[in-house]
Design a protein around this ligand. Sequence first.
Ligand code: MN
Length: 241
Amino acid sequence: MPLEEYARKRQFEKTPEPPPGKSTSKSAAKPYFCVQRHDATRLHYDFRLEIDGVLKSWAIPKGPTLDPAVRHFAAHVEDHPLEYGSFEGNIPAGNYGAGSVMLWDRGTFELLGDASGAEQMARGDLKFRLHGEKLNGDYALVHMKGRGKGNEWLLIKKRDQFAEPGWDVENYAYSALSGRTQQEIAGNLPARKTKRKTAGAADAIWVSDRPAKRSAKSAGSAAAPAKTAPRKKKPQLTSRA
Ligand code: MN
């Protein structure tokens, strides 16, 4: 009953999160992965891999990375139902994990090596290749045995053509599903009409440009003359080209 803990922590009449459903693996397709940016008590990223009909899950305070030089702590948490993989929205105050949830990245993955997912989980050394919108390439999740509560793992990017030294997750803080920022999700604003392209310099410029357009539009009459100026995103992104 791998989803018992998931269900026990939640009251499904009070949260928009999905109850455990009937979905199991889509046999033919590659397994699914996703990352949710979760602004709960502490901001973190929830990293999920479809293995044996559920989403194996890790909470990563610093988020995933494309930088092979850093190892980010990943707390192994309870399995989530496959339905959770498309969830984006707000968990109301008073509920477990209250706060906004962004579907930050999604795609498919393949396990590397001959061992099954269950075997790799059991040995505490998962190796896989991601095919996401933001994350790509080879990764390892490694269990630090004999430490703390026993749930401590590390997420490590392998060196490959997708590796990017200095890569900063916070430069990509928008939804893969709706294009929204965390604040826009928290405010229940609608999805953006223009699908964001793969993140990169051009996208970064567009992002930093965006608040200006919006405040001009919504200012309507009196308020903001141009100089009241949009809270600017740091321009650091634009130097990443
Ligand atoms: Mn979470």
